[in-house]
Design a protein around this ligand. Sequence first.
Ligand code: DHB
Length: 398
Amino acid sequence: MPGVSSARTQVAIVGAGPAGLMLSHLLGAAGIESIVIDKRTREAIQTTVRAGILEADTVRLLSQTGASSRVLSDGQRHDGIELRFAGTGHRIDFMALTGRSVWLYPQHEVLRDLIAARLADGQELRFETEAVRVEDDGAVARVLATDADGEPLTITADFVVGADGSRSVARRAVTGPAGEGYFREYPFAWFGILCEAPASAPELIYSNSPEGFALISQRSATVQRMYLQCDPDLDPQSWSEEQIWEALEARVAPHPLIRGPIFQRDVLRFRSYVASSLSSGRVALVGDCAHTVPPTGAKGMNLAIADVVVLARALRALMRKRDRSLIESYEPDVLERVWKAQHFSWWMTQMLHLTPEASEFDRRRQLGELQSVVSSEAGRRYLAEAYTGWPLDLESLL
Ligand code: DHB
């Protein structure tokens, strides 16, 4: 029947991305009820191409909490990456340096697993439901939304979590209408492609070249993901396949690439952002809505999961024992990792990309920096520790 509908839950979660769904999963395991809403369709969430690298502890959390069994069976373990510059590849051996690995398992597969797990547990997931505003009157919090039929919906909750990405609606309830925070823009973007071809390399290649950055990643035995640095305003349809392959090959030369038909193209803009505040009263922010990193260090989804580990523990204390202390310390508890990840993502980005105004001095200094990293065990180990992920405290959640 048309008209205003309403729902009541313990935790309302705005956004069915990795952060929102994982939080709902961890709360459900502790007997805490939640409703997750997302403006997209289930199909769109499960098919949009996003990042691909999971840290060791992200994989441990997904597999050991029953959120995903496929990550271990279908994901590929990677024990290192190659850093390329001046025509030479240098392997960073994660296993030898840290005893840890990462896993290549695309984000949309994580989402497919999490959605299936939430629905199997009988939890409420509402797709095509768009948040309009989040309110907190001190006694309860509310999400004002529009449902799949375009009708108004109010969800009343003890707590609301904003997990609705970089263009968040929920964020304003914490930061104010301007979405205040700390920003950095970059004068370049990534042109990403998916192609049908066998892998060109066994591990990821991050390449600095005089023509700009390129990243050779994988998806499966027959599908590959590759990126090349481009102008943020580039129209991805304006290049021919030949142009794309020539640009990629020039940037990883003399490493050969196996070409194949390109069936998907996108442009990914770069941004660093941390919200001025991550929680207030009965509302907290997680994932890209709280902070965005440029993609070069593969930190985005992992950082979102790390927020959720801390917030799930805090919400358990709040809902079970009326103990607000962990909610009060949520922001300082996550900020240390957030700023370490901001630094790492910025550092990888500036070391590997060519800025439009770079001088010959800047180019040579960058090569000096790369040489310092690969020729020093301490340098390689710093990169390996950050890339495989600083350990998460998972004990009380597993
Ligand atoms: C992929 C994306 C990244 O941002 C990265 O650093 C490594 C891999 C990927 O999509 O495969």
